[in-house]
Ligand binder design. Structure first.
Ligand SMILES: [Zn+2]
Length: 70
């Protein structure tokens, strides 16, 4: 059983999750001590934004599955 919308939403979710994971890696890989407060705040904001985007993509997928029954 395959639904094109579900596949598209799933791909969007995976891609959002990858962006979040890249943002987290960037934070972990940075020399936080050597960083300015604003650079660190920017990294943290990016991680938060990508986390919310991934969460949102997952909710859209769940919602579609419920409504479409796929
Ligand atoms: Zn569907």
């Amino acid at each position: 059983m395959s639904c094109e919308t579900q596949v598209a939403l799933m791909e969007a979710w995976f891609s959002a999750t990858e962006q979040f994971s890249a943002a987290v890696k960037a934070m972990i890989g940075s020399q936080i001590g050597a960083m300015s407060q604003s650079d660190f705040a920017l990294l943290r904001a990016t991680a938060e934004r990508t986390r919310l985007a991934a969460e949102n993509a997952r909710l859209l997928l769940e919602l579609h599955r419920k409504e479409h029954g796929c």
